[in-house]
Design a protein around this ligand. Structure first.
Ligand code: MCN
Length: 815
């Protein structure tokens, strides 16, 4: 038997290539292509009155200058609304180039194509656009106020309003022994992958075909959108995602204006054209997320059991809604985490602002929801004087209650039904890992030294592996090489490794003989994309199913050739052999030769099986009815619902008593994504997610001024955590299998970042003795809160020692 590779901590196949500079990213392609550059709006909201490009045309090397009026047919029509929803009553999308109005700084207005980027940028400088400024809406409060409108035909700036209700919340709150109301806010942030967006397109005049490369998370989606916009048959468009230097959500959006315009220009000019986004463009013209204000009212009994939960929140969706309202829908459903809420009502308003549009960013609405719910759990514990972990445990959905249906509709329009998980076990592992029960001693020692430390906790459940489907093609060449194609794309998740592990196991071949291709529509035309932590579940299952088909076919052909029953055969290291008599065998390469009636054999091992070597049954056609030539198989996996991963994090944080600097001393993660295909990769994903979460908790924010200018649109000003700010991450795992897919897998790609803001807030609060209700938090903000606390403007926590307050103070809303 070959050693099973599923579950083995194998180093990533792709890394030697990537870390030695062998990666081929978008800007590594298309040398000699013409370059595109864009004139982008300097105003957050304005009418475009006039465009004067005469000076720019005079520049040597300029081949084309295009504004909206130059765009023909569908290229000039509004960009598509990808995910409509009945509640999205006022969905709006922009144009590839602004028509008569711009709605955020950075919106493309003119495209220049020139011999190189320098010339193209110089030409952009010479183009004079006259704008008539309009009132600007920045921030949720201004949008909610509704005095100024982003889109003149959208009253109150409300793109969508959605309510979901389970039970009688008003009655539950009215009769609850205790109620609390909390205001909890999260600011805007963004994916900020190291490689920005980019498109390179070539038009083939002889074949009337377009080949395009895009740094995308969905090559099939881009292909379909570009074919539709350019009025081309799908068969005439190929889209390939080369190596992609991170996506984290922003590259799932499609088509970006540039993804339409660059191929269009390539066809029009009959010459390849390329555009690679620069950092400033990425900040002001790609996508952000996270900005939400929440009001939570909770009713609970003396033991901390939830009786009713009433949540209202306002989501900042930026200037347009091409990606629908996925993010607030996720918040509204995933906020519940591992808990039974009692009666539940959630209402959200998705609001337009004159800022960059929103698409899901790793975690996609869950970090906000987790923050709201976990702050609420801490507030309940504090109000009742109970242990914070204990209050959580009392509200857990138990393993015996799985599958657990919340009675709500999830992001995919299907019931929010948890398939698996053992939340009590996850919590006890976390408590053991962080030393929950010993923390009081640790804190006492720190306090004696004049130090302030706090312990925080956060729990979450994450719907992963959403449908509708994903597919795979597995093919064995006559050499024994196994080619695996999956249609979704990779941005660094290690797909070349994990899918090779699955195929090697299923087929009985060596991992080094398996080669995985992702995100290439020439190889797999049907696919959805990489988002929602879905590749392991969706493509992992599809790859296993396709490999099983190939295995069955290999056994059938070999059984015929070896004149034994298929049941007596096994495949070991790429050789099909009789169990117990391995000398009766043939390689999979030979089986591949046999599978093709055109039996040319190019290697020695397969020579004996060529069409001239055997005898033939004259009554049997070379390819039997119902069979296909070749040792290959294709299969698709399409689940009925998402599968739900979960995890719990805890952190110990120290806050400097003088400077209010915040340092994470320990960060512990217990994670359950079902059986891990590759624990090394899962840990890497968790580490990356936590690092991104630390950014969201302590550093990263989008600082807009009142006129809609993004003041920190560069890596000089947008703070990110470096290795020095990311703590050592201690991890432990639980592997509760999902009953929904053949391998029992649940997703892992976003988990790390989901609870981090909640956990860090919980720990800071524990160290300081007053509530933290808004993230991210900087040392100067913490210092400001300390001053307000000292002035008696902020209610102390009950557990804050030595300044415990009388019971009636806790009746007030948390500030
Ligand atoms: N995995 C595993 N066992 C499991 C679950 C997952 O070994 N039980 C492995 C998978 O095989 C895969 C990795 O962990 O190699 C992540 O798997 P999955 O959870 O399926 O997530 P996806 O592969 O679909 O990746 C998407 C997810 C998302 S939504 C964002 S955002 C994100 C993330 O992955 N963006 C990333 N991780 C990223 N990592 C990198 N380097 N770059 C990004 O842009």
């Amino acid at each position: 038997m070959s050693t099973r590779l599923f579950g083995a901590p194998i180093k990533r196949k792709e890394d030697p290539r990537l870390v030695t500079g062998g990666g081929r990213y978008l800007d590594d392609l298309g040398h000699g292509a013409l370059a595109a550059a864009f004139v982008r709006s300097p105003h957050a909201h304005a009418r475009v009155v006039d465009i004067d490009a005469d000076d720019a045309f005079e520049l040597d090397g300029v081949l084309g200058i295009y504004a909206h009026d130059d765009l023909p047919g569908k290229v000039g029509e509004p960009l598509p609304l990808l995910i409509p929803h009945p509640a999205l009553t006022h969905g709006r999308t922009g144009y590839a180039l602004a028509r008569d109005e711009v709605n955020h700084v950075g919106e493309p207005v003119v495209m220049v194509v020139a011999t190189d980027r320098y010339v193209a940028e110089d030409a952009c400088q010479r183009i004079r656009v006259r704008y008539e400024p309009l009132p600007v809406v920045v921030g949720i409060e201004t949008a909610r106020d509704g005095a100024a409108r982003v889109h003149s035909d959208v009253p109150g700036n409300v793109a969508a309003h959605l309510t979901q209700v389970v039970g009688d919340v008003d009655a539950a709150l009215a009769s609850a022994p205790h109620t609390l109301t909390l205001e909890l806010d999260i600011e805007r942030s963004a994916s900020t992958p190291l490689e920005g967006r980019g498109v390179y397109a070539r038009w083939d005049d002889e074949r009337d075909e377009l080949r395009m490369y895009s740094s995308t998370q969905t090559s099939t989606g881009v292909r379909a959108a570009v074919a539709a916009k350019l009025d081309l048959p799908l068969a005439k468009v190929e889209c390939i995602a080369p190596d992609v230097g991170g996506g984290f959500g922003v590259k799932i959006m499609h088509p970006w204006p540039e993804e339409v315009l660059v191929p269009w220009a390539a066809r029009r000019l009959g010459h390849p054209v390329k555009w690679t986004e620069d950092r400033r463009e990425h900040f002001v013209a790609a996508a952000h997320e996270r900005g939400q204000l929440h009001t939570v009212t909770v009713g609970f009994d003396d033991d901390g059991h939830l009786l009713g939960l009433d949540v209202k929140f306002w989501h900042d969706n930026g200037a347009y809604t091409p990606y629908g309202i996925i993010v607030p829908i996720i918040t509204s459903t995933q906020l519940l985490g591992p808990y039974k809420p009692g009666a539940y009502r959630v209402k959200f308003w998705s609001l337009y602002t004159n800022t960059v549009l929103v698409t899901p960013y790793r975690g996609a609405g869950r970090p906000q929801g987790c923050f709201a719910m976990e702050r609420t759990m801490d507030a309940i514990a504090d109000r009742l004087g109970l242990d914070r972990a204990e209050v959580r445990a009392r509200n857990f959905i138990l393993p015996s209650e799985m599958p657990y249906d919340h009675g709500l509709l999830f992001q995919d329009g299907r019931p929010l039904r948890y398939d698996s998980g053992d939340f009590p076990a996850t919590l006890s592992k976390l408590k053991a890992l962080v030393g929950w029960d010993d923390f009081a001693t640790e804190r006492a020692a720190a306090t004696a030294q004049g130090r302030k430390i706090g312990l925080g906790i956060g729990c979450y459940v994450e719907g992963t592996g959403v449908g509708p489907y994903e597919g795979s093609h597995v093919q064995v060449e006559t050499s024994g090489r196994v080619n695996v194609s999956i249609g979704l794309t990779s941005q660094g998740q290690g797909h070349e490794t994990v899918f090779a592990q699955i195929v090697a196991d299923e087929l009985g071949v060596r991992m080094e003989d398996v080669f995985v291709t992702t995100g290439d529509t020439r190889k797999m035309g049907y696919a959805v994309g990489t988002f929602a932590s879905r590749a392991a579940v969706m493509s992992g299952s599809a790859v296993a199913l396709a490999a099983r088909q190939v295995r069955a076919k290999a056994l059938r052909i070999a059984a015929d050739a070896l004149e034994v029953s298929a049941d007596d055969l096994e495949i070991v290291d790429g050789t099909v052999q009789v169990k117990g008599a391995p000398s009766a065998s043939m390689t999979l390469g030979t089986v591949s030769v046999l599978s093709n009636p055109l039996r040319y054999a190019f290697d020695e091992a397969a020579q004996a099986a060529t069409q001239f070597a055997g005898t033939f049954d004259p009554d049997r056609p070379p390819v039997a009815a119902g069979d296909e030539p070749g040792l290959e198989g294709k299969d698709f996996y399409s689940p009925t619902q998402a599968t739900f991963a979960n995890g719990m994090h805890a952190a110990i944080v120290e806050t400097d008593p003088v400077t209010a600097e915040i340092r994470i001393l320990r960060y512990c993660v217990v994670h359950d994504c079902g059986p891990m295909i590759n624990p090394l990769i899962v840990e890497g994903q968790v580490h990356g997610g936590v690092a991104q979460g630390v950014g969201g908790a302590l550093y990263e924010r989008m600082v807009y001024d009142e006129s809609g200018q993004l003041l920190n649109a560069s890596f000089m000003d947008f703070l990110m955590p470096y290795a020095s700010e990311v703590p050592t991450i201690e991890t432990d795992h639980l592997e509760t299998p999902s009953p929904l897919n053949p391998l029992g897998i649940k997703g892992a790609g976003e988990a790390g970042c989901i609870p981090v803001s909640a956990v860090i807030a919980s720990a800071i609060e524990d160290a300081e003795g007053f509530a933290i209700t808004r993230m991210p938090i900087s040392p100067s903000e913490l210092w400001g809160l300390r001053r307000r606390y000292a002035a008696g403007e902020i209610t102390p926590l009950r557990r804050a020692s030595p300044r415990s307050e009388p019971a009636d103070r806790a009746e007030e809303p948390t500030p």
